[in-house]
Design a binder for this molecule. Sequence first.
Ligand code: IPM
Ligand code: MG
Length: 366
Amino acid sequence: MKIAILPGDGIGTEIMAEAVKVLAVLDLKFETETALVGGAAYEAHGHPLPESTLKLAQAADAVLFGAVGDWKYDKLERQFRPEQAILGLRKHLGLFANFRPAICYEQLTHASSLKPELVAGLDILIIRELTGDIYFGQPRGRRTAVDGHFPGAEEAFDTMRYSRPEIERIAHVAFQAARKRNKKVTSVDKANVLETFQFWKDVVTEVHAQYPDVELQHMYVDNAAMQLVKAPKAFDVVVTGNMFGDILSDEAAMLTGSIGMLPSASLDKANKGLYEPSHGSAPDIAGKGVANPLATILSAAMMLRFSLNQPAAADRIESAVRAVLSAGLRTGDIWSEGTKKVGTREMGDAVVAALTTSKTTMTTKS
Ligand code: IPM
Ligand code: MG
């Protein structure tokens, strides 16, 4: 098994170092290879996703990704901006199914901006379609308007589109995921206004006929944004398009108290995947050793479960993370009165220590 390690920019390198440390103590057989991506790759090779990095990602069994981006690249032409690396990887690796769990850890209930009773025990899964919609729809560009409100004026345009197979495959992913959970899918659309999303709703409804054991609910995106803060626990699996999923997954992440805790997986049709924390590169705190490495460590756990067929190792990492939270260790983003503030490296070390202890316990028992 080969894992491509792409730390990226900003806090990416710091948090990745901790995840790599955690993977190293698991006694599993795999090879890792590290490559530059994002702004770091642009600086070194003139492109955010150099051919060599893409080749490595394609050849690997899984990709562990940190974060990309920095304000200093905002002025670059779009094709050279760090974000293009992640969009390019999604496109070239066919990573159409994005899993973004929003879990509120018992120990962090009070870190949420919502009342504790609204989020205690929250465990929802946003499944975002990742290679279609207005993100990749062609044509797009700038031109002189020939019609509209201001004919003759300069305008920009993008194209929102979804084909039947694109909707069918993500719907199957959502229903199958719901079967392993609480058997409820909420499909989020804007069918009251958009042709694309009336079609989305129709196709999801058709696919649902194959999953009579799963409950399907349709919800408009504006209402979904409202329900997510009103009664988040009423959701189980939420499936939606690329654009709405981008927005709703950030909203859902924040319900849990810290985006610094949330992993994500982007899978292709064979469950090969790219795993990354839900948060970004946080250039404001980069290099200071204060970033929360837990989302990246939990992303490594997701990778072991989904792509590398090592569910026991994934469970061990997740238990170790719970153990360090129970011991009161907190990075700044999840710190509260009465807990111990630690830096990135101390948090990683604590997870490693918890893993080593759990291993010793297991050996003693058997
Ligand atoms: C995300 C990010 C990306 C997206 C950006 C960095 C291109 O916001 O993964 O949610 O919009 O998909
Ligand atoms: Mg986003």
